[in-house]
Design a protein around this ligand. Structure first.
Ligand code: ADP
Ligand code: ZN
Ligand code: ZN
Length: 725
């Protein structure tokens, strides 16, 4: 017997199967991981296929050394998926296969954790007698009493009750009165305890959506796109769909943008499904992640909630894949291989006959276009639960404020609403998409902006510890006293960030209590959950944060939402900026008025007439879609074109640009005169918008081409790294 094996080395050169001999008594199956001799070393490998015969010279074929696990770590369907990723993402198969396993599993870096247990072996009716017999050995007597229920007891528990418990226990074991044994233990990542609320009566809209989704569990359909406004009760729809899948003996995967940002959703799910659910995200310890993965693989947990990589969770008999907030950027992996978890969800669902549900209050232009074309089935929930109104949105033109002599960061309207809100004992959320104290530090004498010496971006002032930080590479420097360029002392932080807003709020509303949530305040493992809990418990009246607070949070007492500087995302040099601004604003606005009291929203902007800002105020998705879709058409952006981006990084900009030029020339040469070449609308080699990151010069080649089939492909720019120097 022979096995075709992919050796776990990420390199183009070895991106093919190697044949090994299967030793006589090795029970091998496809999907198992093995150790094999490779060159002078031993490497880990994945078994792709077994075969009776080999085309090679028998004497040259080496035998497999050993099994890494006694079960196939890779499910057959996931192996098929890996081949697809290899094609789509242009990566070696082993890189695609690595996505399917917890990273810690490779290289044997993590071990199965075990715990010790003890149990009494004497029959129930002899226990009293046994205790008598111990004479004055008090610890032994106590130990037998503790174990007298006949149950197994963790060693940890016994240690806590009896000091030096090993000694009396050893005696009992020697006399065959008790036994001590090891059992596999699963490290648990769970935070806090959750009570199950009763199921709410479904709204008519929820019922209607479910009446389309549930039959699809039995008879697979196209993917569904659920457009449900904020507060329309999408989570309850997911829960009912998942429950029905479970009932039919199937499993489910629920993807969320970033799990630490959606503690409530996890709690809702946990309260309904308990230990049948596993959670996968980046903040788990390696041991926890490995154990959660094994609970899924062994079938103990059939429901998985997780961030983008959970789309590869080893759920067998998959019934549903749900992508919550499907418009989110985080579903695109920024690491190689650059897969799109939404694409994978759709493809995996199709392959395994599962219901695919993409869902959002602000669907991506791409997905909505797919639905309009009939490639996805569109379902809608246009009203909030219990007919609560959508919040009322006010746009404030900050240019007017300046004219009126108000140069603070809060407009008159926002200040007034905040005061009222606090006076009424309600809560407010303020959103500003920039962490730190200020956007930049400038010299008022020579105009110099202090930039990171490794990246082409300005440093941000952090007031907490008087430092300048680079948000791209993480560099930290003390705040200088003098301008590095002209030595003047007139250097000053400009613009606004979360820390400055916090300072200002504390000044204006002393006693109201402000909780700030951004990357800097949420470093600890459970920091997010704790901040959210404190706000929910009413310990602060104002929650202030970056886009971290824009999503998924449901606080019934929040009646006011303010977007302090709505333009920040709008001015970003990217064709998706209007779409992102719209989504972000609608999402933050959606945090207001989710309870009994109606909500209000104040959007502060310098571009009140921009259609993304106006659109967010109207909260009419269809209108916004129509505007944006026609702009994309006339400006030749995806989904009407396909954009390809080659990023070239190098020590020097000259070298990076030269490589970019070469790539461009090669593409033009390759395709000139071909049908594909005719569809290239535009190709250019240039410095990247951020010309330097982490001391690497960055240049890129950007190409647009007409889509053969509008929207048939992803709207993302494919990026290939071309490392240089
Ligand atoms: P979305 O994700 O669509 O913004 P959520 O799923 O967060 O909305 O639901 C909004 C609120 O409505 C939550 O507090 C939820 O518990 C509640 N809710 C959902 N469905 C119902 C229902 N059928 N009846 C009563 N309350 C509901
Ligand atoms: Zn200066
Ligand atoms: Zn930097």
């Amino acid at each position: 017997m022979y096995a075709e094996i992919i050796v776990d080395i990420a390199s183009e050169q070895v991106d093919r199967v190697f044949t090994y001999r299967v030793p006589e008594n090795m029970a091998l199956e496809p999907g198992m991981r093995v150790k094999v001799p490779f060159g002078p070393k031993e490497k880990e490998g994945f078994v792709i296929r077994l075969k009776e015969q080999s085309d090679y010279d028998e004497s040259k074929i080496k035998p497999i050394h050993s099994l890494l696990e006694d079960y196939p770590a890779l499910l057959p369907k996931l192996m098929e998926l890996a081949w697809e990723i290899r094609e789509k993402c242009h990566c070696p198969l082993c890189e695609a296969l690595r996505l399917m396993l917890p990273a810690e599993m490779r290289g044997g870096r993590i071990k199965v954790k075990t715990e010790e247990y003890a149990r009494l072996l004497i029959p129930q009716d002899q226990i009293d007698e046994a205790i008598q017999k111990q004479g004055r050995a008090q610890k032994r007597k106590l130990l037998i009493t503790l174990l007298s229920d006949g149950q197994e007891h963790p060693m940890e528990e016994l240690k806590a009750m009896i000091s030096n418990v090993r000694e009396p226990l050893k005696y009992l074991v020697e006399k065959e009165m008790a036994e001590v044994y090891e059992k596999e233990a699963l490290r648990s990542p769970y935070y806090g305890r959750v009570d199950a609320p009763p199921d709410p009566e479904l709204t008519d809209e929820q019922k209607e959506v479910l009446s389309e989704l549930i039959p699809a569990l039995k008879k697979p359909q196209k993917p569904f796109l659920l457009h449900g406004v904020t507060g329309s009760g999408k989570t309850e729809v997911y829960i009912r769909l998942v429950r029905e899948a479970l009932r039919q003996g199937k499993g489910a995967i629920i993807l969320v943008p970033e799990i630490v940002l959606t503690p409530q959703m996890i709690n809702w799910f946990r309260s309904r499904f308990g230990n049948a659910m596993a959670v996968l995200h980046s903040r788990l310890t390696p041991g926890e992640r490995f154990d959660e993965w094994r609970r899924i693989r062994m079938g103990h947990a059939r429901i998985v909630i997780g961030a983008r990589s959970a789309v590869f969770a080893p759920v067998e008999n998959l019934g549903a894949v749900i992508v919550d907030e499907e418009h989110e950027q985080t579903y695109l992996s920024e690491r190689f291989p650059q897969y799109d978890a939404r694409d994978i969800a759709v493809s995996r669902g199709k392959r395994e006959g599962a219901v695919v549900l993409l869902s959002s209050a602000t669907p991506s232009i791409y997905s909505y276009a797919m639905a309009r074309r009939g490639d996805y089935i569109l379902t809608e929930m246009p009203y909030r639960v219990a007919h609560r109104p959508l919040p009322k949105v006010h746009i404030v033109d900050m240019r007017n404020e300046l004219r009126l002599g108000n140069n603070s960061m809060f407009s008159g309207l926002l200040s007034q609403k905040l005061e009222e809100c606090i006076a009424k004992g309600q809560q407010a959320m303020l959103f500003i998409n920039r962490r730190g104290y200020a956007s930049s530090v400038n010299c008022r004498k020579c105009g110099e902006t202090i930039k990171c010496d490794r990246c082409d971006v300005s440093m941000t002032y952090h007031s907490v510890d008087h430092t300048l930080r680079c948000h791209y590479c993480g560099a930290i420097h003390p705040m200088p006293k003098q301008c590095p360029s002209c030595q003047s002392t007139y250097i000053k932080p400009m613009g606004t960030g979360t820390q400055r807003v916090e300072e200002e709020l504390n000044k204006r509303f002393p006693g109201a209590g402000v909780i700030r949530m951004d990357v800097d305040t949420t470093a600890g493992k459970n920091a997010h959950f704790e901040l959210v809990d404190r706000f929910r418990a009413g310990q602060a009246k104002i929650l202030l944060g970056t886009q971290m607070i824009a999503k998924g949070l449901d606080f019934p007492k929040v009646t006011l939402v303010g977007a302090v500087m709505a333009d920040l995302t709008l001015n970003f040099p990217d064709y998706r900026s209007p779409e992102r601004t719209y989504q972000l604003l609608v999402q933050v606005a959606g945090r207001a008025g989710r309870g009994e009291e109606p909500g209000e929203v104040v959007i502060q902007t310098y571009q009140p007439d921009h259609y993304a800002i106006e659109g967010a105020a109207d909260q009419n998705y269809r209108d916004f879609f129509a505007r944006e879709f026609s702009r994309r058409r006339s400006d030749l952006y995806p989904p009407f074109t396909l954009m390809v981006r080659f990023l070239c990084e190098g020590k020097e900009m000259d070298a990076a640009l030269e490589t970019a030029e070469k790539i461009k020339d090669q593409i033009m040469k390759e395709y000139s005169g071909t049908a594909l070449g005719k569809r290239i609308l535009f190709i250019r080699a240039d410095e990247a918008p951020i010309a330097r990151i982490q001391d690497k010069a960055r240049a890129h080649v950007l190409a647009h081409r007409h889509h053969s089939n509008v929207c048939a492909q992803g709207e993302k720019a494919d990026a290939y790294d071309q490392k240089q120097g």
